[in-house]
Ligand binder design. Structure first.
Ligand SMILES: Nc1ncnc2c1ncn2[C@@H]1O[C@H](COP(=O)(O)OP(=O)(O)OP(=O)(O)O)[C@@H](O)[C@H]1O
Ligand SMILES: [Mg+2]
Length: 380
């Protein structure tokens, strides 16, 4: 097993054909991080111990700064970002909770890239996560030949983060069994990890800059409760879906450019098409149209992330199967598959929405008319 630290930043283990589909944030935004570091140096901004950037620069990295030419990456709740940055300076970890697709993982990646210069010390929580994934394990060949030693110890991302004073990400923490989650309790309160196999006093001590950003989705099925002890070790922030329509349109647009950029000349999705897409998502997400008419809400989470997926799929359909123009018809066709996941009941709810709300809008708007036509023919 290779540990993160043996791989130079920007390269992945087992490099194969072609570029990485999605390099980590510190690689994608290396230029911006350098600009912010230079800004800190020029202005003499104070950096907390172990941080690569000042809290001001970390904030600017996430919410953007026109003056510095740094793009906005997280939309909708700047005070939340401020509180998150402050939490990272404190003794507790940061727990980002919220509905699926609200950019919890994105925020944790951006924050760790800005604070520590790397976002790759990550534990991906699953039902199969064991204590070894959180603490350390052994290289068994070395363990057998030379016994427990520094060399035969395989540190977990948490262990490496403690030693090197870096931010560790713990994704989907509530998917892990409670006793595994609780491994973090003593690590976070004592800031050390005992390694009894190496001797009675052997331990890994955390250096300044070490902290944990955990994310948890409280809505999906199959999540575990968090213990009260664990909760006390974290400060919680709830990330909410974007409510403002124009904001969400801009967000989908930017994410779409970022997604399709590497694919060359994929067709742009016109603003009117995005307006229809985002309106459908907001209507179905909130259970009410902007005019106040009630809508049956699907079980599926109609998150911004799903809206981006639909826009990407519509653009690819237009490029590879259509004439290169993205219309609301592609959007209507993609919503069913990308967003509704084949749920019968949800399909009925969407159909109800199309029959009532979309039909009415189609009377005096060409975009809605094309959407209606395509959606209707899906059920015929
Ligand atoms: N407020 C927002 N600002 C910027 N991007 C957003 C926002 N909300 C959603 N997104 C988009 O959603 C995508 C998915 O977000 P992410 O995977 O981080 O969500 P999540 O909350 O971790 O979801 P899950 O609970 O399913 O893991 C982001 O990459 C981004 O495109
Ligand atoms: Mg996530």
């Amino acid at each position: 097993m290779t540990t993160d630290t043996t791989i130079p930043a920007g390269t992945a283990a087992g490099s194969g054909a072609g570029p990485e589909i999605r390099p980590p944030a510190e690689v994608r935004h290396a230029g911006e991080l350098a600009t912010l570091a230079a800004w800190d140096a020029e202005r003499g901004h104070e950096r907390p111990p172990g941080w690569r950037l000042s809290p001001r620069a970390v904030r600017a990295f996430v919410v953007g700064s026109e003056e510095l030419g740094v793009s906005r990456k997280f939309y909708g709740d700047d005070p939340l970002v401020d509180r998150a940055v402050v939490s990272l300076m404190g003794r507790q970890g940061l727990m980002l909770v919220g509905e699926p697709g609200t950019a919890k993982s994105m925020l944790s990646e951006l924050l760790s890239a800005a604070v520590s210069g790397s976002s790759t010390l990550t534990v991906q929580g699953t039902a199969g996560t064991t204590e070894d994934h959180v603490r350390y394990s052994w290289n068994y060949a070395l363990l057998v030949s030379e016994g427990p030693s520094e060399r035969s110890l395989v540190p977990s991302p948490v262990c490496t983060g403690m030693r090197e004073g870096r931010v560790v990400r713990f994704e989907e923490i509530t998917r892990c069994a409670p006793e595994i989650q609780d491994t973090l309790v003593s690590i976070l309160s004592e800031k050390q990890l005992m390694v009894p196999e190496l001797g009675p006093d052997a331990r890994v001590a955390a250096r300044p800059g070490f902290t944990v950003i955990a994310t948890a989705n409280l809505k999906d099925r199959g999540v575990h409760e968090m213990s009260a002890a664990l909760k006390r070790r974290f400060s919680f922030e709830t990330v909410a879906p974007v409510r403002d329509r124009d904001f969400e349109i801009e967000l989908v647009q930017r994410q779409l450019e970022a997604e399709l950029g590497p694919r060359g000349d994929s067709p742009e999705v016109p603003r009117e098409v995005l307006e229809v897409l985002v309106t459908v998502f907001q209507d179905l997400r909130t259970g009410s149209t902007r005019e106040g008419a009630p809508v049956k809400r699907p079980e599926t989470v109609m998150s911004t992330a799903e809206a981006v997926n639909v826009a990407v799929a519509a653009s690819l359909e237009a490029r590879y199967l259509g004439d290169g123009t993205v219309t609301t018809a592609e959007v209507a066709r993609q919503i069913a598959g990308v967003a509704l996941k084949g749920e019968e009941e949800d399909a009925r709810r969407l159909r109800h929405y199309v029959d009532n709300v979309v039909r009415e809008r189609a009377r005096h708007d060409a975009g809605w008319k094309a959407f209606f036509g395509a959606a209707e023919s899906l059920w015929r």
